[in-house]
Design a protein around this ligand. Structure first.
Ligand code: NAP
Ligand code: ZN
Length: 331
């Protein structure tokens, strides 16, 4: 795979670490039905600047930087101008699987280098190691953005559904924002970890405890963020919201989610969706994480372990993000 030449506004990044997001797996298995192969996945990139173009003023050689899910957008539409490049009306350019400004397919972070326009490069603050920072570029911002938008904070009760890569970041961030945090996981097997990440409560939604959980928590939460990569019985989860509560879907299963109207009507509830976050908010999230000592909880692997890691993610056996040490690609 070749990267484009470094243009005037480009930054050449030596990738040190790349996180494995479940979206890589949905894409790699063509579960969303829109992948163009061959492609190189990876949109949780952390590394250092190796070269900058002549007009680059934001970064210098040696800087610690990251790249998330976006490498470009139109920059002119109302959403881009509002700093919501992820909702670009003319279609943003994804880090992989899109067509770049040079007309060639974009390729992601499971690689040693990437060339990105300076406006889509993030600064990784001192105090977060590059390996623990990589997953913040997708999992971190995907949770931070809806938590901020729906005002998670002191006095609000937030539930995080699914404690995988996104979910564990949701617990850490919602706790740091001051919310009362509950994890809704399939079982209690990760309860100790959840509490260590900042959960105040932890419930199982499956097995023998499932029915009791839904009965006990009915009408409890102001905000539920659903990170699950598969379909769920939405009515049961919506019944856990308070009057005017909101459930936000960030998980993106390939099959449609079905919502019974009365689960919404019964307490003026809302069901919403949210995609990653804009570039400015991603930098805000990184700075927030540095300030609160938050990184991702990771398992670092070599390139030869990617297939095995994907299988473990699919079977919910991830603790809590796999991060590829890209130095292993060169050995
Ligand atoms: P992940 O690490 O696999 O976490 C998903 C978690 O969901 C699992 O750890 C598991 O948690 C739970 N889960 C999995 N299958 C389940 C099932 N059948 N029933 C109930 N719970 C189940 O995945 P991720 O990387 O966090 O990504 C999660 C989803 O978000 C994916 O669909 C991904 O494509 C999507 N995503 C969306 C955005 C966005 O911008 N909206 C960004 C990134 C990713 P427990 O074991 O705790 O139950
Ligand atoms: Zn992702």
């Amino acid at each position: 795979m070749e990267r484009r030449d470094v243009g005037p506004r480009d930054v050449l990044i030596k990738i040190h670490f790349a996180g494995i997001c479940h979206s890589d797996i949905h894409t790699g298995r063509n579960e969303w039905g829109e992948a163009n192969f061959p492609l190189v996945p990876g949109h949780e990139i952390a590394g250092t600047v190796e070269e900058v173009g002549s007009a680059v003023e934001k970064y210098a050689v040696g800087d610690r930087v990251g790249v998330g899910c976006l490498v470009d957008s139109c920059r002119e539409c109302v959403n881009c101008r509002a700093g919501e490049e992820q909702y670009c009306l003319n279609g943003n350019t994804g880090t992989y699987g899109s067509i770049g400004a040079d007309g060639r397919p974009t390729d992601g972070g499971y690689s040693t280098h990437i060339v990105v326009d300076q406006d889509f490069v993030l600064g990784i603050p001192e105090g977060i190691s590059l390996d623990e920072a990589a997953p913040l570029l997708c999992a971190g911002i995907t949770m931070y953005s809806p938590l901020k938008h729906w005002k998670a904070g002191p006095g609000s009760k937030v539930a995080i559904v699914g404690m995988g890569g996104l979910g564990h970041m949701g617990v850490k961030l919602a706790h740091a924002l001051g919310a009362e945090v509950t994890v809704l996981s399939q079982s209690l097997s990760k309860q100790e970890d959840g509490e260590r990440f900042g959960a105040d409560h932890y419930y199982a939604t499956g097995g023998e405890h499932g029915a009791k959980t839904f009965a006990e928590l009915a009408g409890s939460f102001d905000l539920i963020v659903n990170t699950v990569s598969a379909t769920l019985p939405m009515g049961k989860y919506l019944s856990l919201l308070t009057l005017d509560g909101t459930m936000v879907s960030v998980g993106a299963p390939s099959e449609p989610l079905q919502v019974p109207a009365f689960a919404l009507i019964g307490a003026r509830r809302s069901w919403a969706g949210s995609a990653i976050g804009g570039i400015a908010q991603t930098q805000e999230m990184l700075d927030f994480c540095a300030e609160h000592g938050i990184g991702s909880t990771i398992e670092v692997i070599g390139g030869e372990q990617i297939d095995e890691a994907w299988e473990r993610v699919i079977s919910s056996d991830v603790r809590y993000r796999f991060v590829i040490d890209t130095a292993t690609f060169e050995s």
